[in-house]
Design a protein around this ligand. Structure first.
Ligand SMILES: [Zn+2]
Length: 292
């Protein structure tokens, strides 16, 4: 359980590799760097004063804040499993650090046997290919929720989706079509490896999934269902501007916070303060995050 931290080169927002054991899973949380989001996306309902307060606590400026990107590398038996691939060169200049951090932690990308996508937004699947289109993880099989696949890969996406989603759709198609020969479609309830189950947490995207890992108390790899460990915990009824199905997202966020607090689940959040692993504690009608 004890975290081991090592120093990474400067320029990487989150320094270190956080390691934890959970049941039969050996997990290293790697950083893909960070992304910067404006308060209009992060907390559209917040007042001017609330925005100022949260942006300050998140280490941001007057209009935006950095959010980290935590990618678990999971060893289970002979499998080496990545959950999401980060952004590669396809989102913001401050992310796309996964490949470097894998190398720094001594992991050869060819040794990765499975990649599971929580969803196909560019900060989660953009690192699937190199700029030349070749796969960064050529020996992996790629696990994608069938609802996520069918949402993004519609040939008529421009007619089927509102304009703000078109760029996300082009990115998702780039990443999903790149793995179509190594694709395994899954659905909620499926078991990826023994003790690792697919859980539907739709709303952020229509096929967003989380992974529940069996152990001494379960560990939930949440992806973006709870976007931030400060804003979303303290204001579970606020929307997140990147949610495709805003009200379903809110419902599932509230349900997961409730379940995690009640069952004392350990949760790993993609954009939470590195390494983003801990517990959900009730705090009046809201919640607070307890690292651990
Ligand atoms: Zn994200």
């Amino acid at each position: 359980m004890s975290p081991e931290r090592e120093v990474l080169p400067p320029g990487v927002f989150s320094k270190g590799f956080h390691r934890l054991k959970h049941g039969r899973f050996d997990i290293t949380v790697l950083s893909d760097g960070y992304i910067t989001l404006p308060s209009d996306i992060l907390m559209p309902e917040a007042s001017v004063d609330e925005r100022r307060g949260f942006l300050g606590r998140l280490g941001g400026d007057a209009v935006s804040a950095p959010l980290q990107t935590n990618i678990p590398l999971i060893r289970h038996g002979n499998e080496v499993i990545l959950v999401d691939t980060g952004a590669g060169a396809n989102f913001q200049p401050s992310d796309g650090r996964l490949a470097g951090n894998l190398a720094a932690s001594g992991v050869d990308p060819t040794s990765v046997t499975m990649v599971v996508f929580t969803h196909a937004h560019p900060d989660h699947s953009g690192g699937t290919t190199r700029p030349d289109g070749s796969l960064l993880f050529p020996n992996a099989h790629y696990y994608v929720n069938e609802a996520e696949w069918s949402f993004w890969t519609k040939p008529d996406y421009e007619a089927a989706m509102p304009k703000p989603l078109h760029e996300f759709a082009r990115g998702a198609q780039r990443d999903l079509f790149a793995v179509k020969d190594r694709l395994i479609l899954v659905k909620p309830g499926d078991e990826i490896v023994t003790g690792m189950n697919v859980v539907s947490t739709r709303g952020h995207t229509p096929g967003h999934i989380s992974l529940e890992l069996a152990g001494d108390g379960n560990l939930l790899i949440a992806g973006d269902v709870i976007p931030n460990n400060i804003v979303s915990f303290e204001n579970p009824k606020w929307h997140f501007g990147f949610d495709t199905e805003p009200d379903i997202a809110l419902e599932n966020r509230a349900a997961l916070l409730h379940k995690a607090a009640t069952e004392k689940l350990r949760v790993l959040g993609y954009h939470w303060t590195y390494p983003g692993v801990g517990y959900v504690e009730r705090n009046g009608t809201a919640y607070r995050f307890a690292e651990g």
